[in-house]
Ligand binder design. Structure first.
Ligand SMILES: Cc1cc2nc3c(=O)[nH]c(=O)nc-3n(C[C@H](O)[C@H](O)[C@H](O)COP(=O)(O)OP(=O)(O)OC[C@H]3O[C@@H](n4cnc5c(N)ncnc54)[C@H](O)[C@@H]3O)c2cc1C
Length: 375
């Protein structure tokens, strides 16, 4: 079977990976592979720390994808010889004051109810494992099984498997015959046909594609590097609430630290100076030493948000599967989303999915039938 995958972000790349493993011939199309949201992502694989109120259907997806991660990354590393920047040291979610600690206590209740292993520890115990934490941290939730990967390394490794089948072009239109997708039209005027088309274009939409309520949630993120004498500044992911605002620091094995991230729906693709200011201000409340770091990069990208923060993964018509709307969890959900998208495209029943998961990510859940864009 020949499958066209439109979009080579982490989702399209993971889908192409699974499609090839299942024996499909894959063409992947993207004018700027791995330069979308996946380029900005911190890479937290944090199914427990990402538990927030009211998102119950998301928990089993995050847990299931988290469980797929070790096998997925081991296979990718072995097939490509790439080092993926995995950090399995764990995560500390820190509280800067009593109100933040109370919020963490309540969230920990939700995390435990969802079946995740967490432990509430004192500020001094947190500093014993991460000496760079601020003296003002009064407590933390220790989450040993929330780890991280370098999304750029993972994308690059997956991309290296696609070189012969990658078309660096923009898809301008999804081509349909009657009610069925049969291929795509490219900006250079060519048309390509396939047995199936998988649409994984993140927050971008294409003429002729199903209209989904995906919105752009902009995120600004900084990349830092500590001076040699202070390296490593951190060994595990540090997350926290500062005056109710979420902030995180994700250390890479090579010494890079990702400080993120803002969340804006103001439509501005440029980096917000105010957001960068707040990130540094909030980040230094958790780890004062970041102010001595070099800023090596400032990146702004749009997360593909959905109304209920769950992705859209499912069949749009007999020739088309959509896989988008991963919002703030696309790196975590890539093994699950990639495998599910590939299996749906090839007509394989995903019987390994948690009960109810397929319905929870249905692209039709906000409408009886997903209409088609003619815009
Ligand atoms: C600051 C920030 C931090 C984040 N941190 C994390 C994190 O720690 N953990 C986590 O799990 N998630 C995180 N995320 C979310 C995660 O990055 C996204 O959910 C994920 O990258 C979405 O992947 P994607 O492949 O769907 O989209 P993208 O990575 O945006 O890829 C879409 C691709 O489609 C291509 N495309 C678009 N239109 C067309 C077209 N017409 N023709 C051809 N190609 C097209 C684009 O060029 C792009 O390469 C973060 C996001 C941001 C912005």
């Amino acid at each position: 079977m020949h499958v066209i995958v439109v979009g080579a972000g982490i989702i399209g790349l993971a889908t192409a990976w699974h499609l090839r493993r299942l024996g499909a011939v894959v063409t992947i199309i993207d004018p700027a592979p791995a330069q979308g949201a996946s380029h900005a992502a911190a890479g937290m694989i944090a199914p427990a720390a990402e538990v927030v109120w009211g998102q119950t259907p998301l928990y089993p997806l995050m847990r299931s994808s988290g469980e797929l991660y070790p096998g997925f990354t081991a296979e990718v590393a072995s097939a490509t010889g790439a080092e993926l920047g995995l950090n399995s040291t764990g995560t500390l979610v820190c509280a800067g004051d009593r109100a933040d600690l109370q919020t963490l206590r309540e969230l920990r209740g939700a995390q435990s109810a969802a079946g995740f292993t967490t432990e509430l520890i004192s500020g001094s115990k947190a500093r014993a494992v991460e000496p760079s934490l601020a003296p003002s941290i009064i407590g933390a939730v220790d989450i040993p099984d929330d780890w991280s990967v370098d999304p750029r390394r993972l994308s690059a490794a997956l991309l290296s498997m696609t070189t012969e089948t990658l078309v660096r072009e923009t898809v301008t239109e999804v081509v349909r015959r009657g009610d069925t997708t049969i291929g795509v039209r490219l900006a250079d005027g060519r048309s390509l046909e396939a047995d199936q088309v998988v649409l994984s274009t993140g927050s971008a939409s294409i003429t002729g594609a199903p209209v989904l309520p995906v919105r752009q949630v902009w995120g600004d993120v900084l990349r830092l590097r500590a001076q040699a004498e202070h390296t490593p500044l951190l060994t595990r992911t540090i997350r926290g609430l500062v005056n109710g605002r979420a902030v995180y620091l994700v250390p890479r094995p090579d010494g890079e630290i990702v400080l993120g991230a803002s969340s804006r729906e103001d439509g501005r693709a440029a980096t917000s100076a105010g957001a960068v200011h707040r990130l540094l201000q909030d980040g230094q409340r958790l780890v004062p030493g970041i102010l001595d770091c070099d800023i090596t990069e400032v990146t702004t990208r749009a997360r593909p948000g959905s109304p209920d923060d769950l992705p859209f993964i499912g069949r749009a018509d007999d020739g088309c599967v959509v896989s988008t709307g991963y919002f703030r969890h696309g790196i975590l959900l890539a093994p699950l989303g990639g495998r599910l998208g590939a299996e749906l495209a090839l007509g394989i029943s995903p019987d390994w999915l948690p009960d109810g998961a397929l319905d929870s990510v249905s692209p039709h859940r906000f409408s009886e039938a997903a209409p088609v864009s003619n815009a």
